[in-house]
Each structure stands twice: as structure tokens, then as C-alpha cells.
Design a protein around this ligand. Structure first.
Ligand code: GUN
Length: 299
């Protein structure tokens, strides 16, 4: 069997065409969706991710605002800026690019974003909402994977799903979202013994470990759907996933390529969440917090 490709670029393009229509509809109501992007330091990977997010916003007609901070900035500087963005009328989404430098308590920063603007879905409220199955903003990467899985036409209910990687950004929320859709979910992580013993039973295998070549063909069940979330830059400059692509493709029924699979969907779902946020504000389902009285102009 040679797997069919799940084309993330194609799906992202189709979704973005619809986003432009939603932006036009919002514009007719006097609303321009706005995303604030907070970047601390000059980590090259973070710079690249953020550049892609800003580009995707421009592509869809969403306004983006960069807020750059020095690597040595204090936590209070970030908290003050987020407090201002929380009340700002033109800001519908606030994204703090991770990781943050060690002097900053990332949890405290993420918790300071108002839930109605938490388009990354990292606030504890949104994480908890995911547990009970009614989150406002699902985290972008697992959200993108969910849509990619839908394109295969396969119902995840009752399927054995194995998620490799238990990060807060991908593995854990992915497992919760699939559990909500009634899959039987196993989560493997760095301490899992005999990874293959688990992966071989997967009808759907989602790999987000950040280890090139981790998943070999003999670890994959014949006919499985394989979603590769890994993005690894090799010494020769090539970008590869966590799955040994060519041999695994010969066993799977569907597989995502890297690049061109999950990556384009992550950024696209950020735009989806930002639009959803702007629509919630426009529909009176979300509210900007009141401005502190000392910031309201006198008179
Ligand atoms: N760092 C790595 N992935 C992500 C992401 O999806 N969102 C944010 N904010 N930071 C990240």
C-alpha cells in the first residue's frame, strides 16, 4: 500500500479563501480583526514562526501588531503590555511566542491574557475547557491536525489513536481533542518503554516528538493514518519530520508530508481563532475588559 498524501498547503489555501470572506463581512460591520504578537528576544526559530504568522495575517486581511521585547526584559514589562492589549478595542487576539527567557514566569504571562483574546488557547481556562470539551480557542497545531484528519473522511470515534509526544502545546491538547471525539487515545512520551509496542496498534498515529526518523515503517500498522507534526532542520538544511517518510508511506493509508502537512495548518488555525474572536466581539459574545479609571481620558 502507498499512502495518499494529506495536503496541508491545499487545505490551508482553501480555508484562507473563506477567511477573506469573513474578514470582508466583519469589515462591512466596521470591524478589522487584529492580532497582537508578543516576541521576547531574538531566537531565530521564534523569529521565523512569528514572521510566518504576521505574513498569514496580511494574506487574510487581519491586522497584526508586533510587540518586541529585549531578551533581558522584566516580567512586569510584559504583564503591563498585556494588560494594555487586554483592553484595547482593535485587538481581538493576543499571542505570546514561546519559549520565554528563564527570568520570566511563562505561566503567569499566559494567565494574564484575557480568556476572550487567548487565540493560542494556552490560558488555563482554555486548557480546562478542552478537558470538558467546549473550548473557545483550541490550540492551533492540534486544531489543524483535527481538520487534516477530517479531510480523509475517516471518523475517529472508536479508533485506536496513539499520540507520540506529551507537550502542552501539541501532545496533551491533541489527546484531549481526540478523546472528545470518542477515540481510544494512548499518549506516549520520552519515558515510554517500547514505543513500537504502542504505535503498531494505532489506526491513527500522531507524532510530535521533535526527533527526526523516530517512527520507522515496522512501527506502523498496515493502513494506518500517519500525522507528522515534527519540523526538524537537518545539518544539510533539509526540513524533515519525525517519521521515516518514504518507508512509512508504503505501509500507511494516509500520511502528511513535511514540509507541507501540519505546518501550514498551524498558522492557518491561528487566523481562524483570531477571526472567531473578532466575530465573538462583534456579536456581543465577548467583551473588552473595562479600561482602568487611571487610563480613561479625563472629561
Ligand atoms: N512556540 C512553539 N509553538 C508555538 C505556538 O503554537 N504558539 C506560541 N505562542 N508559541 C509557540
Amino acid at each position: 500500500m502507498t499512502a495518499q498524501l494529506i495536503d496541508g498547503r491545499h487545505l490551508a489555501r482553501r480555508l484562507r479563501a473563506r477567511f477573506r470572506e469573513r474578514v470582508a463581512a466583519l469589515s462591512a460591520r466596521g470591524v478589522v480583526p487584529g492580532l497582537a504578537v508578543v516576541l521576547v528576544g531574538d531566537n531565530p526559530a521564534s523569529e521565523l514562526y512569528v514572521a510566518n504568522k504576521v505574513k498569514a495575517c496580511a494574506d487574510c486581511g487581519v491586522r497584526s501588531f508586533m510587540h518586541r521585547f529585549h531578551m533581558d526584559c522584566r516580567e512586569t514589562e510584559l504583564l503591563d503590555r498585556i494588560a494594555a492589549l487586554n483592553v484595547e478595542r482593535g485587538t481581538h487576539g493576543i499571542l505570546v511566542q514561546l519559549p520565554l527567557p528563564p527570568q520570566i514566569n511563562a505561566r503567569r504571562v499566559l494567565e494574564s491574557i484575557v480568556v476572550d483574546k487567548d487565540v493560542d488557547g494556552f490560558h488555563l481556562y482554555n486548557v480546562g475547557a478542552l478537558v470538558v470539551g467546549n473550548s473557545i480557542f483550541p490550540p492551533c497545531t492540534p486544531y489543524g491536525v483535527q481538520l487534516l484528519l477530517e479531510t480523509t473522511g475517516i471518523d475517529v470515534a472508536g479508533k485506536n489513536v496513539v499520540v507520540v509526544g506529551a507537550s502542552n502545546i501539541v501532545g496533551k491538547p491533541m489527546a484531549l481533542m481526540l478523546l472528545q471525539r470518542e477515540a481510544t487515545v494512548t499518549v506516549c512520551h520520552v519515558k515510554t518503554r517500547d514505543l513500537a509496542q504502542h504505535t503498531i496498534h494505532a489506526d491513527i498515529l500522531v507524532v510530535a516528538a521533535g526527533k527526526p526518523g523516530l517512527i520507522k515503517a515496522e512501527m506502523v500498522k498496515e493502513g494506518a493514518i500517519v500525522i507528522d507534526v515534527g519540523i526538524n532542520r537537518m545539518a544539510d538544511g533539509r526540513i524533515v519530520g519525525d517519521v521515516d517518510f518514504e518507508p512509512v508511506r508504503e505501509r500507511a493509508s494516509w500520511i502528511t508530508p513535511v514540509p507541507g502537512g501540519v505546518g501550514p495548518m498551524t498558522v492557518t488555525m491561528l487566523i481562524e481563532n483570531t477571526l472567531r474572536s473578532a466575530e465573538r466581539f462583534a456579536d456581543g459574545e465577548a467583551f473588552h475588559p473595562p479600561q482602568p479609571f487611571w487610563q480613561v481620558p479625563a472629561g
